[in-house]
Ligand binder design. Sequence first.
Ligand SMILES: [Zn+2]
Length: 237
Amino acid sequence: MEETEIKIIEEVEEVGIKTKKEKDLDSWIPKTDLGRKIKNNEVIDIGFVLENGLRILEPEIVDALVPNLEQALIEVGQSKGKFGGGKRSIWRQTQKKTKEGNKPKFASVVVVGNKNEFVGIGKGKAKETVPAREKAIRAAKLNMIKIRSGCGSWECNCKEGHSIPFKVTGKSGSIIVSLMPAPKGTGLKIEKECGKMLELAGIKDVYSKSFGHTKTKLNMIYACFNALRKLAEIKGR
Ligand SMILES: [Zn+2]
């Protein structure tokens, strides 16, 4: 009995309390024309922005238009294991030798998406891990695309958006990644980090093939993003 009473009070309190994100948007002073239009509710659709090739120069634009954006950290680094075998890490660490000694730097790669055709990727670098991640999130929001999902699988042929409409291929460094339509229930038959990206884009079923040194996760994930780019619809370009 007591428990339910407490719960009700919490619910009442939550009404009227703005989330941090909402507060941030209230205090946002747009610096670009597009930003001002969004703040004034003249532009309310992220699809309109991306389909018309309008450049997003402020991450708040994405915060305002895509409220249900999710993010995933990509394992791009390798922390040295005690016995040589490296463990995958979300931080990619580099050392810079200076007179004062070794100065480590951290790089982070983040994928953002709304699980419904909007997806972006960004990289951030800083002396510490948290600012590196924040930079990466910011960069990912400025680097969003709208893809076209579909079902190009002849085995399935359902016309729903659970897969992709046709085969696409992307390249980064020496790595080539091909994504192919797959029937419902296949799942994401792809390397784990690329799978995170496809999931955030809202794609549930895909076959894939990759060539090159696929252990280089950074190129792998960028090759995957470049493949997804081929599904992006841009008018007037
Ligand atoms: Zn289908």
